[in-house]
Design a protein around this ligand. Structure first.
Ligand code: ADP
Length: 403
C-alpha cells in the first residue's frame, strides 16, 4: 500500500509518501507559510529535489500542490492520485474518545471538533488539513492517528489531578499525555532492537525535543506520561515551563499586573531553557556553545533540564517497580551526548553504566550502556511518520477484511 502521511499545522503542512510493505519513504516535503507567501520543499527517493515559492492561500491549495507534484510525470512518485491507498493524518488531541486510530468519518470529525477546546492551537489546524484532503480525494480512505491515543491506557491514579472530582466529570480535566505516536514507535523499536518481547519489558522513553515528554511503558502499555492536560506540564522544555506551582502564577500575575492570557504566553513561549538562559536561546546547540564560553545562564538551563529528566526517570522506575530499557529520542535526545551523560550520572543508583564511545556514535539505533549496566540505555531515532503509516495500513487492512 502507498500511504500519504499528513501532519497539518496552522501555517504548515508536512507530508511523506511511504510504501507500507517496504517501509521506504518514496517522497517527503513540507508546505510552509500557507496563507502568507507559500514555500514548497519536496524530495523523492529517486533524487528529485524541489525548493521553491508556491502561492498557497489555504490548506486546500497546499494539498493540491502536494498531489499535483506527487503525480507529476517528471517529479512524481505515482502515476495517478488513485495509487495512494490511504491518507494517514496526525491528530493531536483525541480526548478520552479515541484510544486508537480510526477511519475518519463525519462522526469522527464531529467528535474531534468537540475536542478542539482541549487543544485550541493544534486540533483545528489538523482538521483543516483533513478537510482539504477529503475535498480533493473524496474516495480515498482517511485514517486519524492521535497523539493522545497511546497514552489512554493510563489509570486514574496516574491521570487524575488532585482537584475536585466534579471537574473531571464535568469538563474532563485530567492528564492526557502527548507525543504518544513517538512513544509507541520508540518503545517498540527498542524492544525489537534488543530482541525482547515488548509485552514483557518495562521501558522509559525520553522524547527530548523542543517539546519534551517522558513516558513509562510497562508491558507495551503507557502507565504514565509527563505531559498533562496540555503539553505544558512536565519537563522544562525549549520555551515551555513544565511543572510550576500554580500559586506562583497568581503571585506573578498580581506583581506584574498580568492577565491569564499574558501568563499563558509566558509559560508557553518565554519560559523553559529560553527563559532560564535569560532569553539566550531555546536551542540546545546554542546553549552548549554558550556554556563552553562560560555563560552561567546557559549552563544553568542545561543543568535544570537534565536534572528534571533524571527526576522523572527515577520516579517512573518507581512507578513500574523497575526498568529494563531507558531510551533517548528526538532532537536533543538523539544528538546531545553530553546531556545524555549528565542525565545518566544521576541514574547510577539504578545500576546504569554508560559506554562513552558508544554514547558518541550516530546511528538509527544504538545501545549506549556497557556490558555491566543493569539497565539498557539506548538512543533511537524517532519516526512518527512511519508509525502513522503503520497505523493507517493496519486500519486499512481491517476495513478491507470487513468488506
Ligand atoms: P520538535 O519536533 O519538538 O520541534 P525536535 O525533536 O526537532 O523538536 O528537536 C529540536 C531540538 O533539538 C532543537 O531545539 C535543538 O535544541 C535540538 N538539537 C538538534 N540537533 C542537536 C544537536 N546536534 N545537539 C544538541 N541539540 C540538538
Amino acid at each position: 500500500m502507498k500511504i500519504l502521511v499528513i501532519n497539518s499545522g496552522s501555517s504548515s503542512l508536512k507530508f511523506q509518501v511511504i510504501d507500507s510493505e517496504s517501509e521506504q519513504v518514496l517522497a517527503k516535503g513540507v508546505c510552509e507559510r500557507i496563507g502568507i507567501d507559500g514555500r514548497f520543499t519536496y524530495k523523492t527517493n529517486t533524487g528529485v529535489s524541489v525548493k521553491e515559492p508556491v502561492a498557497m492561500k489555504n490548506h486546500k491549495d497546499a494539498v493540491n500542490t502536494i498531489l499535483t507534484t506527487l503525480a507529476d510525470p517528471e517529479k512524481g512518485v505515482v502515476k495517478d492520485f488513485a495509487e495512494i491507498d490511504v491518507i494517514g493524518h496526525r491528530l493531536v488531541h483525541g480526548g478520552e474518545k479515541f484510544t486508537g486510530s480510526v477511519v475518519i468519518t463525519d462522526e469522527v470529525i464531529q467528535a474531534m471538533t468537540e475536542c478542539n477546546d482541549l487543544a485550541p492551537l493544534h486540533n483545528p489546524a489538523n482538521l483543516v488539513g483533513v478537510d482539504a484532503c477529503r475535498e480533493l480525494m473524496p474516495d480515498t480512505l482517511m485514517v486519524g492517528v492521535f497523539d493522545t491515543a497511546f497514552n489512554q491506557t493510563m489509570e486514574p491514579k496516574a491521570f487524575l489531578y488532585g482537584l475536585p472530582y466534579q471537574y473531571y466529570e464535568k469538563h474532563k480535566i485530567r492528564r492526557y499525555g502527548f507525543h504518544g505516536i513517538s512513544h509507541k514507535y520508540v518503545s517498540q523499536r527498542a524492544a525489537e532492537f534488543m530482541g525482547q518481547n515488548p509485552k514483557r519489558v518495562k521501558t522509559i522513553v525520553c522524547h527530548l525535543g523542543n517539546g519534551a515528554s517522558i513516558s513509562a511503558v510497562k508491558y507495551g502499555k503507557v502507565i504514565d506520561n509527563s505531559m498533562g492536560f496540555t503539553p505544558l506540564e512536565g519537563l522544562v522544555m525549549g520555551t515551555r515551563c513544565g511543572d510550576v506551582d500554580p500559586g506562583a502564577l497568581e503571585f506573578l500575575a498580581k506583581k506584574e499586573n498580568l492577565d491569564f492570557q499574558q501568563i499563558m504566553t509566558i509559560l508557553n513561549q518565554e519560559s523553559g531553557v529560553l527563559g532560564i538562559s535569560n532569553n539566550l536561546s531555546s536551542d540546545f546547540r546554542e546553549l552548549k556553545d554558550a556554556e563552553i564560553k562560560y555563560n552561567d545562564h546557559a549552563a544553568l538551563a542545561r543543568e535544570i533540564f537534565a536534572y528534571k529528566v533524571a527526576k522523572y526517570v527515577g520516579s517512573y522506575a518507581a512507578a513500574m517497580n523497575g526498568v529494563d530499557n531507558i531510551v533517548f529520542t528526538a532532537g536533543v535526545g538523539e544528538n546531545d551526548s553530553d546531556i545524555r551523560e549528565e542525565i545518566c550520572e544521576y541514574l547510577g543508583f539504578l545500576g546504569i553504566n554508560i559506554d562513552e564511545v558508544k554514547n558518541r556514535e550516530q546511528a538509527e539505533a544504538v545501545k549506549i550502556s556497557d556490558g555491566t549496566s543493569r539497565v539498557n540505555v539506548l538512543v533511537i531515532k524517532t519516526n512518527e511518520e512511519l508509525e502513522i503509516a503503520r497505523e493507517a495500513a493496519a486500519v486499512a487492512r481491517q476495513v478491507a477484511e470487513k468488506k
